[in-house]
Design a protein around this ligand. Structure first.
Ligand SMILES: [Ca+2]
Length: 206
């Protein structure tokens, strides 16, 4: 005598057939995300300390406590080797520094490699004396780059080291799924399309 299959048995058998596939799909998705997550945390960790050695011409002695407060000055042109912005290798750099507490200017031009840490210029007095020009300019790609301790020493050979406290915050936040530096994706971020020039703007209707 043939036993009649009950409806719940049919559903159970269907599930038994597909649950291994569902588990494999879930594992693949979780594995993919875990891999991306761990890569991003590793990159964030590497952002905390940055440093390189140099050899060339010039003299420079400069310390910074944030990009706003610096002391020392100098300029040099040199070959460099070290850890830049998620890049390890050689490059060539031309750097000038001038810091006297209430103003701090660091200017760098890089050739033969990607960016190191960019340039910034803080002039406190511009907030009061009405001169043209902003109080602070920077081409930093990350919001928290201002929160960096830096020391540069150069006399034909030199060293430049940075402790990037803003990236400590970004690393810790990253453990909880946050990305305040917005650097977990493609890096450096893709260039934004250029704004149309004023001459290219459509003419206003008469
Ligand atoms: Ca990050």
């Amino acid at each position: 005598m043939t036993r009649r299959r009950r409806p719940h048995e049919s559903r159970g058998r269907t599930w038994n057939r597909f649950w291994p596939v569902a588990v494999l799909l879930a594992a693949a998705l979780v594995g993919c995300n875990a891999d991306e997550y761990s890569k991003a945390r590793f990159r964030d960790l590497g952002d905390i300390v940055r440093g390189h050695v140099m050899a060339g011409a010039g003299i420079d002695a400069h310390v910074e406590v944030t990009t706003f407060v610096g002391l020392g000055f100098g300029a040099y042109h040199a070959d460099a080797w070290g850890w830049g912005d998620r890049y390890f290798g050689p490059w060539n750099e031309t750097v000038s520094d001038f810091g006297v507490v209430w103003m701090n200017d660091h200017n760098e031009r890089i050739e033969g490699g990607p960016r190191v840490s960019g340039s910034h210029d803080f002039r406190f007095f511009r907030a009061f004396d009405g001169r043209k020009g902003p109080v602070y300019t920077t081409d930093a790609l990350r919001r928290a780059d201002w929160l960096t301790l830096r020391a540069t020493a150069f006399l034909f050979v030199g060293v430049d080291v940075e402790l990037r406290l803003g990236e400590v915050l970004d690393f810790v936040a990253g453990l909880f799924g946050q990305d305040p530096s917005q650097d977990d994706g493609e890096w450096p971020p893709p260039a934004k399309p250029a704004e149309p020039a004023a001459d290219d703007a459509p003419a206003a209707a008469p």
